[in-house]
Design a protein around this ligand. Structure first.
Ligand code: CO
Length: 386
């Protein structure tokens, strides 16, 4: 779907304009970036469903410099998201519009962009932009006698938010899209659990002791004392355990697609997904890049999940003992953890809020990401009073 991505505003005094929008919106830019090809320095502000892009000229021959000279500071362009910039450019040129370049150009935020001449668009300069593949900044942090792969995004002045992925998942394969949508609002930290993604295995066995220690190590590595915490699937269970063990370090807690009601049938369903010989070869090829040793990961996870039914009483007791504001969410037709499990967790956590996302699969890669990101922003960051 084509949607308004941002409004570009030409500024001659960036400091004064930042102060103005801080007064209006209560936020500072979450990202500043210089785009040499365009001769601009951009400052991005979160403004609800779209962004504001403040544009400063970096040279006298910058298009922004000539705009400021002709028109003075003010609204410069509207930018719309398109799924494929080259296809959109070809389609619009064929329809009689005048693209200002023959091909899409590199823009801020890793995007590919082009502009349409305002003579064809009733006086408004229109930008079309295609979202780039997104990867957050990756770091190697110490963990006991080994290391972890940790990821950060978003400006340091924003509220910290820790994201935890699911069993046999990783930040890159499950959370990258969510991080991209959340980086305007939070200082995001995420970590590949030991043996997952780009993190090596640790000596300790899989389980909450290890994975909660992973989560704590990630926040400690970036000097973050208290944070919002979000977990998906098994990451939700670890978020719950983290909040139970470190209640003073958690501001608000959200769990998506998480069950605390394991039984033998669920264990069998989970184990079916974790048999290396049952993985079709194209999936195996992508797992080779997703994890350092996915066969060992799947086997270790396969051997651990039978312990979960016995641990379910403890999980439920910990859920009932939570005293931080909590959000429980799930997919309405999740093919792994049925919605009734999500509702049971919601019932267990005192005063928790509930969100249900319409999606048929147990995952975050496809449909639910945008809706879930909006729900999380709303839950973690209640809009400040104007
Ligand atoms: Co723009």
């Amino acid at each position: 779907m084509i949607s308004l991505e941002h409004i570009g505003i030409a500024v001659d005094d960036a400091a004064a304009v930042r102060a103005c929008y801080r007064d209006l919106l209560g936020v500072l830019p979450y990202k500043t970036e210089t785009v040499d090809v365009q001769g601009v320095r951009t400052h991005f502000l979160a403004a609800g469903s779209a962004k504001l892009e403040l544009l400063e000229a970096t040279s006298d021959d910058s298009p922004i410099a000539s705009f400021l000279e002709r028109r003075g500071p003010g609204i410069h362009h509207l930018a719309f998201n398109v799924p494929n910039a080259q296809a959109a450019l070809d389609r619009l040129r064929d329809a009689g519009y005048t693209p200002l370049s023959d091909t899409p150009q590199p823009g801020a935020d890793g995007k590919r962009i082009f502009f349409l001449h305002p003579k064809d668009t009733h006086g408004v300069l229109v930008e079309c932009c295609e979202e780039a593949a997104y990867t957050p900044d990756q770091h190697t942090i110490p963990f006991r006698d080994t290391t972890l792969a940790a990821y950060t995004a978003g400006a340091r002045h924003l509220p910290p938010l820790l994201l935890l992925h699911g069993a046999a998942g990783s930040v890159e394969t499950e959370l990258a899209g969510l991080i991209h949508r959340l980086e305007a609002h939070f200082r995001v930290v995420a970590v590949d659990f030991s043996g997952h993604g780009q993190s090596p295995f640790a000596k300790a066995p899989f389980g909450p002791d290890l994975f909660v220690a992973n989560a704590r190590a990630a926040l400690d590595a970036f000097d973050i004392d208290t944070a919002h915490v979000f977990g998906f699937s098994m990451g939700g269970y670890m978020a719950l355990e983290y909040a139970f063990r470190h209640p003073k370090r958690v501001r608000r807690l959200a769990m998506h697609g998480t069950t605390v009601s394991w039984d033998a049938a669920l264990v069998r369903g989970m184990q079916r997904r974790l048999r290396p010989d049952a993985v079709p070869s194209p999936v195996a090829a992508s797992l080779d890049t997703a994890h350092t040793d996915w066969r060992r990961l799947f086997q270790t996870m396969h051997d651990w999940v039978p312990a979960l039914p016995e641990a379910s009483d403890t999980m439920q007791a910990h859920a009932q003992a939570l005293r931080v504001p909590a959000l429980v969410s799930g997919n309405d037709r999740d093919d792994l953890f049925p919605l009734r499990d999500v509702l049971a967790l919601h019932d267990a956590v005192p005063d928790s809020r509930l969100a249900v996302v319409p999606s048929a699969r147990h995952g975050l890669q496809n449909g639910p990401t945008k809706l879930l990101a909006d729900v999380l922003v709303d839950f973690f960051q209640p809009t400040p009073a104007p």
